[in-house]
Design a protein. Structure first.
Length: 292
């Protein structure tokens, strides 16, 4: 597979809206409502089923599955395992979001267990990706690392596991081990609202339901949410959260593809665009968001 191109990203956005994939989320109880609303705004159909008896049935019927470790309590861990069983048996792509691992022991062990079971995509901040590789974690859900700082770690995880590794940050980094894509759109307000990152994981699952290219799916979802955030006019978190859902709903697919500041990089060399890649300028880039 070659470079991830803006028109391919736009086609994924259109496909999600046209086909309304069912996305099963076993996710953070703090963010279920916001996550469901982002999926609905994107044109997908959300389901939130964590019961171990029902989770594998729902996962098997879905187009994509999100496993988010933001709250692991009660029987939720068993529900996650069961959902992965159902998705695996049905060939449904699933996304692992290893929230706050490294800092907290239960979810760190669970993340390692689930990662070994072959997610299509792992989406997390830089410290979570570092912790998944056996390093130290962040401060709770806050990252103490940067995507550039864990670039080689992400590449190594992708190559050893076969999963796409999507690292969120001021400039998002996504890789399947052979290809590396940067997304430079977004706004610091994305870090001031609970559930934005968790919703991104769900949106990745929605995009994975409509394309077999997992790096394209993760790139399209990241670009979609970041470009939608760029198109908000709010300057405070509460109104931003509401407007973000609106912009996910009405942003033009071509704007997602060409407005994300997307750059294809060679996997072997840091910081330079590969031959034939799409540069930020060529893609109609907007300013990269600052670290919050």
């Amino acid at each position: 597979m070659g470079s991830v191109l803006p028109d391919a990203v736009a086609s994924v956005v259109t496909a999600v809206r046209d086909t309304a994939p069912l996305v099963h989320c076993v996710t953070n109880v703090v963010v279920t409502n916001f996550t469901a609303n982002v999926l609905l705004a994107a044109g997908a159909a959300p389901a939130m089923v964590a019961d171990p008896e029902e989770a594998p049935v729902m996962a098997g019927a879905a187009g994509g599955l999100l496993i988010n470790l933001g709250t692991v309590e009660g029987g939720q861990a068993d529900g996650m395992r069961a959902a992965v069983d159902g998705a695996t048996a049905a060939g449904v792509p699933w996304v692992l979001d290893p929230v706050a691992i490294g800092a907290l022991p239960l979810r760190t062990r669970l993340a390692a267990e689930l990662f070994a079971r072959g997610p299509a995509v792992v989406r997390g901040n830089a410290s979570e990706i570092q912790a998944l590789a056996g390093g130290s974690g962040g401060r709770g859900v806050d990252s103490l690392d940067t995507p550039d700082g864990v670039r080689d770690v992400a590449l190594g995880l992708a190559r050893s596991s076969g999963a796409v590794i999507a690292v969120s940050g001021a400039s998002d980094l996504l890789t399947d081990g052979d290809r590396v894509v940067r997304i430079q759109a977004g706004t610091p307000l994305m870090t001031r609202v609970t559930g934005v990152g968790c919703s991104l994981g769900a949106l990745v699952a929605a995009c994975a339901a409509v394309t077999e290219d997992r790096l394209l799916a993760a790139t399209a979802a990241t670009a979609w949410l970041c470009v939608a955030a760029d198109r908000t006019t709010s300057t405070t978190p509460g109104s931003f959260a509401v407007e973000l859902v609106d912009r996910v709903f009405d942003v033009d697919p071509e704007a997602v593809g060409f407005g994300a500041g997307m750059v294809n990089e060679p996997a072997a060399s840091k910081g330079s665009a590969s031959a034939g890649s799409v540069s930020a300028a060529e893609a109609g880039a907007e300013p990269a968001r600052a670290e919050a």
